[in-house]
Structures are given as structure tokens and as C-alpha cells.
Design a protein around this ligand. Structure first.
Ligand SMILES: [Zn+2]
Ligand SMILES: [Zn+2]
Length: 281
């Protein structure tokens, strides 16, 4: 959108832009500028003079739909953050990755429906029932593929036992569709999640790293919390394991990387390095 015209060196060739397309003042094809080096690459410029609010989410979805008929791939450049510009940019997105469906199938399905996206993958930080309990439901209702690190297969097979221990109804039994491994990249549309094996809370615990325009976001499950680490005393792991995972895998990211744990408030790598009593040296 904005600035890509400069990057591609086509700024002097702009006649029409996205806002004029959505307002019906030109045809979509008229606004596309073909790259001189790659014949199959075209740019639809954003308006330089109008505010982002000039394009609604519905209008953006329509443009992406129309572009889809002309091109194999539609790549959307959008502003950082999750304000209006981002919401309209993702309005045409069709795929999503659900991380830790937990026990909230209805809320997740409602959110996916409202955004009009399909869950391609259902990935899990670990196999405790409060993270993976509704997998059977979600698989059935979204068609997404359920993935887990193989180190947590024994826990996954013991979901009924976990539920009985916490006095909640046993989750429906289902099968996994694949395994997560350290270094894997899970892709859906323009989203890429990098898989980091971070054992310690459970043997197969993983964290996910998501690179965004605004920096890295780390989804740490029950491995790293604000000011705490997950329990390490519930099966085959130790405090040393969880601390080593955090130090080697998570602390490898910038201090500014945002940490979104499986429970409780968000934090950053910098804050945890300085203040987490389990991790300060
Ligand atoms: Zn857990
Ligand atoms: Zn948990």
C-alpha cells in the first residue's frame, strides 16, 4: 500500500488508487501498475492523500476477492498494530492458525466466523486439557489440522484422566493430524509461526514466535508467565529444564519482543530478564 510504490519505483506511474477503486471511480484493472522487471507482478497503490478510514473492511474484502480472480497471490501490506488499517487489510484474509483452542470452542468458532476466515491449523503449546481439551470439537467445526509436539503424546492420551483429576467432564476423544518439531514454520496465508521446543512445563511444551511489522510476539503457553514460570513438578521435567528452555530459546529474542502467556497478563522479554525471580542472574 503506502510506500510500496517507492520501493517498486512506480510512484510516477500512479494514476488511480485503492480508494478510487472502492468508490467506483475507476476499474480495478485500470488502477493496477505492472512491474517492469516482473511481468506477473502488479501493484494496487493506496491513496496518498486520504485517511485509512476511507476504505471499510467490507470494501477491502471485496477488492481482495476481485484481485483473487486476476492473480494467483494477493499480498497485502498493512500498517503495524491492530487499528483500523490492519483490520481492513486482513478483511480479505481467508486462513488462520488457532493457538491453544483451550476449552472455548464456541468463542473461537464465533470469532473465526465473524472474521470470515478458515482455521487451517489448530496448534498447541502443550497437552494439558485447558489448552487442547476442545480439539475434537474444533476439528469437526473448522476442518483445521490438529498439531502437537510428540513429547506430549502421553499427556494427550491421558486427557480423560486429566479431566477427572480436575473434576471436569472428560473431553471427546480425537486424533492428531501431525507433529510439531523445533524449527518448524507453520504457515497459513501470510501468517508464519515458528515453533520453538521449550520443554520444562511438560516434555513436549513448545512456544510460538510470530514476526509482525511491529516486532516479535512470543506465545509461551505455560512455559513463561509475567513474573513466573510454569510448574515443572507434574511429570518428567525439572526447574532446570524450564529455565534452560527460556534462557536458550526465548531470551534469544529482543528485549522488546512481546510475550503472550497461556494465562495472565502479557509482558516482554526485557521485563522478564530484569524482574522474573526465576530467571534473574
Ligand atoms: Zn499446562
Ligand atoms: Zn495452562
Amino acid at each position: 500500500m503506502r510506500n510500496l510504490d517507492l520501493v517498486l519505483g512506480v510512484e510516477k506511474r500512479i494514476v488511480f488508487d485503492l480508494v478510487e477503486v472502492v468508490e467506483g471511480r475507476c476499474q480495478l484493472r485500470q488502477a493496477l501498475i505492472r512491474d517492469k522487471r516482473f511481468e506477473s507482478l502488479s501493484l494496487l497503490p493506496a491513496a496518498q492523500t486520504r485517511e485509512k478510514e476511507a476504505v471499510s473492511e467490507a470494501q477491502m474484502a471485496r477488492v481482495v476477492e476481485d484481485l483473487g480472480a486476476l492473480a494467483d497471490f494477493v499480498i497485502i501490506d498493512c500498517p503495524a498494530g491492530i487499528e483500523h488499517g490492519f483490520r481492513s487489510a486482513i478483511a480479505g484474509a481467508r486462513e488462520a492458525i488457532v493457538v491453544d483452542g483451550g476449552d472455548e470452542a464456541d468463542r473461537i468458532v464465533a470469532r473465526l466466523d465473524a472474521l470470515g476466515v478458515r482455521a487451517t491449523y489448530l496448534v498447541h503449546t502443550h497437552a494439558h486439557f485447558d489448552h487442547i481439551g476442545v480439539l475434537a470439537d474444533l476439528k469437526e467445526r473448522t476442518g483445521g489440522a490438529g498439531l502437537l509436539h510428540p513429547g506430549d503424546l502421553p499427556l494427550f492420551e491421558a486427557l480423560a484422566l486429566q479431566a477427572r483429576y480436575f473434576g471436569v467432564p472428560a473431553p471427546r476423544v480425537t486424533t492428531l493430524d501431525g507433529e510439531l518439531a523445533d524449527g518448524d514454520a507453520i504457515r497459513a496465508g501470510c501468517v508464519r509461526l515458528d515453533v520453538l521446543h521449550t520443554p520444562g512445563h511438560t516434555p513436549g511444551s513448545v512456544s510460538f514466535a510470530l514476526e509482525r511489522g511491529a516486532g516479535t510476539m512470543l506465545l509461551t503457553g505455560d512455559t513463561l508467565f509475567r513474573g513466573a514460570v510454569g510448574r515443572w513438578d507434574i511429570g518428567g521435567t525439572s526447574l532446570e529444564d524450564i529455565v534452560a528452555s527460556i534462557r536458550t530459546k526465548l531470551f534469544a529474542y529482543d528485549d522488546a519482543a512481546v510475550v503472550v502467556p497461556g494465562h495472565g497478563p502479557s509482558t516482554t522479554i526485557g521485563i522478564e530478564k530484569r524482574e522474573n525471580p526465576f530467571l534473574v542472574t
